[in-house]
Design a protein around this ligand. Structure first.
Ligand code: ARG
Length: 461
């Protein structure tokens, strides 16, 4: 059966059935139903201003549109049964079933080109709001964990080699900073998406006096777009979102990677809760950190969507081309991936068991206080480069004897330099080493307490 099209007039033959399937976007752009209806209501008001609709007509259209939305809330699968090409066609057809031919006036001066961009911008902005809530939830959780672990000492690593001891709070707040930047990027993306294309027509603008500023205001945009050609051709706002999403996922992935090896029996710094782990079908002893592995793994698909859209856009001539329909599935998938991952990360961290004794044990071995040794010599006026060399040789000696630096006898030290005295040993203490990093941004408890306080303030901004 031939379908009714929005554009059937100049066609003499019907569509190839496979082309129809290939071309249709309803299966995925149905997610734009709500924003399409909001956009249509604002446009109906614009048409009333332009004298195309009387007040009564506009009201009838508006009521019809509300009832399309209501129907679909009652029966979300109704849309899937429809034969419509895309969500815009679906809304128009369903509206016509409800209010008759008046529905056909709604498209006066409007093109699906300015319509789809408007719908998608509204969608992105609304998603961004809910994603920001997810980020805030995770930030609050990181802060509360950081508050609990102001005394917990853990090795800090570079090159995956134990480097210097740090407070676990300091480590957690490092991820907090990353998420804070993500939130900033999200807000910037939202601001750039807040420009309204409606009233740009197919590409050249509109002959109807719709008052584009009023449309923008009605829909909650901060302004109307400046150039009708750019307005229908532009998908930078989707790229902005995908870039934000990619960086956020990269951060979650890095954190997951840390927690995955912290959770191994070799490290045993943390333990994943049973409720977010799974077993092996063959090896009965296994408890795998699947939630974290998926958080790490799902980063890939979001990067993919970013690269995919960048590639779709790179060769497009002005202005609208159907290639742009390929902007949606990646965006939808990235948005739900980010929402799900933020939620999963929250649950994992909320239920994590931290093992401060194991962390401390690891921070005690591995000569993490070797830098202190060099600093000690510097405080006795030895140049740092030389001190670094002496400390290195002492580390070699201590590892031959298989003792920690704080257990190596003073006479061993004095064989390397007469500058070593009894006061050395309190300097080698882990708490002391940490407390000395007290400049802003360092790991000393005084500095971390300050940054916790400012962090809490920044979250609430
Ligand atoms: N489904 C289309 C899309 O997502 C809607 C716009 C169609 N415009 C057109 N000129 N064919 O891009």
């Amino acid at each position: 059966m031939a379908r009714k099209k929005l554009w059937g007039g100049r066609f003499s033959s019907g569509e190839d059935p496979f082309f129809a399937q290939f071309n249709d976007s309803l299966a995925f752009d149905r997610r734009l139903l709500e924003t399409d209806i909001d956009g249509s209501i604002a446009y109906a008001r614009a048409l009333e201003r332009a004298g195309v609709f009387t007040r009564q007509e506009r009201r009838k259209v508006e009521r019809g549109l509300f009832s399309v939305l209501e129907d679909s809330r009652k029966d979300p699968e109704a849309i899937a049964r429809s034969q419509a090409e895309d969500v815009h066609t679906y809304v128009e057809e369903t509206l016509k079933d409800k209010i008759g031919v008046l529905a056909l006036k709604l498209h006066t001066g409007r093109s699906r080109n300015d319509q789809v961009s408007t719908d998608l911008r509204l969608y992105v902005i609304r998603k961004e709001r809910s994603i920001e809530k997810g980020i805030n939830g995770l930030l609050e959780l990181l802060v509360s964990l950081a508050e609990k672990h102001l005394q917990t000492i853990v090795p800090g690593y570079t090159h995956m080699q134990r480097a210097q001891p740090v407070l676990f709070s300091h480590y957690l707040l490092a991820y907090g900073e990353m998420l804070m930047r993500d939130r900033q990027r999200l807000r910037e993306a939202m601001a750039r998406a807040g420009v309204c294309p409606l009233g740009s027509g197919a590409l050249s603008g509109t002959v109807y006096a719709v008052d584009r500023d009023a449309i923008a205001r009605d829909l909650g945009f901060s302004s109307a777009s400046h150039n009708s050609m750019d307005a229908v051709a532009d998908r930078d706002f989707v790229l902005d979102f995908l870039y934000f999403a990619s960086v956020l996922m990269m951060h979650l992935s890095r954190m997951s990677e840390d927690l995955i090896y912290y959770n191994t029996s070799e490290f045993a710094f943390v333990q994943m809760d049973d409720s977010v782990s799974s077993g092996s079908s063959l090896m009965p002893q296994k408890k795998n950190p699947d939630a974290l592995e998926l958080l790490r793994g799902k980063c890939g698909r979001v990067y993919g969507h970013l690269i995919s859209l960048l590639t779709v856009l790179k060769g497009l001539p002005m202005t609208y081309n159907k290639d742009l329909q390929e902007d949606k599935e990646g965006l939808f998938d990235a948005a739900s991936t980010v929402e799900n991952c933020l939620r999963m990360a929250h649950t994992v961290l909320q239920k994590i068991t931290v093992n401060p004794d194991r962390m401390r044990e690891a921070a005690t071995g591995g000569f993490l206080n070797a830098t202190e040794l060099a600093d000690y010599l510097v405080s006795k006026k030895m140049p740092f480069r030389e001190a670094h060399g002496v400390a290195g040789r002492i580390v070699m000696r201590a590892s031959e004897l298989d003792v920690a630096l704080e257990r190596l006898p003073l006479r061993e030290y004095q064989a390397f330099s007469p500058l070593f005295q009894d006061d050395l040993f309190e300097r080698l203490n882990l708490e002391r080493a940490i407390a000395r990093r007290s400049e802003r941004g360092g790991t000393a408890p005084t500095a971390v307490r300050l940054s916790l306080r400012s962090f809490r303030r920044r979250i609430r901004k």
